[in-house]
Design a protein around this ligand. Structure first.
Ligand SMILES: [Fe+2]
Length: 163
């Protein structure tokens, strides 16, 4: 005689396990997708040949264009205090100089803000500001910001990937 307990043994049990795992994955996949679309990491961009480490801490390397936002962790969107944001850009003559290199450390709320000159276009490249973000327990982000001509402010969260 076949007992009810036999039903939960062997292949039948495996089959039920597959169904349960499959259902669980279906339930979790929208959450996983949302985690990826919520605060996606800022796209990286080429570093270029003019990066110099150890830029001095300061809030301004010129006047007329303010860049501000929050450094966040990708997926969770958690603000990251104590992250180091470095920027560098060409001067009005299209050369990279020490006056246009700066660094700051994000505040307790992950916020950052710096002011600089509007970058020139040079060698056929659109105006851009190079940025690096060093955040604890996160991968270093190297990217570029392309402000539209005439803009005086750019609001941009810099979103980094956890290690
Ligand atoms: Fe550049």
């Amino acid at each position: 005689m076949r007992l009810a307990s036999d039903f939960f043994r062997g292949e039948t049990m495996n089959y039920l396990l597959y169904i349960a795992v499959g259902a669980l994955l279906l339930l979790l996949s929208p959450a996983a997708t949302m985690a990826q679309t919520k605060c996606p990491a800022t796209a990286s961009d080429v570093e270029g040949p003019f990066y110099k480490a150890d830029a001095p801490i300061r809030e301004r390397t010129g006047r007329g264009l303010t860049i501000s936002g929050t450094v966040r962790s990708a997926g969770s969107c958690t603000p990251i205090p104590g992250a180091r944001v470095e920027w560098w850009l060409a001067n009005a003559q299209g050369s990279y100089d020490d006056e246009h290199r700066g660094a700051l450390v994000t505040a307790d709320d992950g916020g950052y803000r710096f002011e600089t000159d509007f970058p020139p276009s040079y060698l056929g490249r659109p105006p851009h500001i190079h940025v690096k973000v060093f955040a604890p327990s996160h991968r270093t982000l190297t990217t570029q910001i392309y402000p539209e001509r005439g803009r005086k402010a750019v609001a941009l969260d810099l979103v980094v990937l956890a290690d």
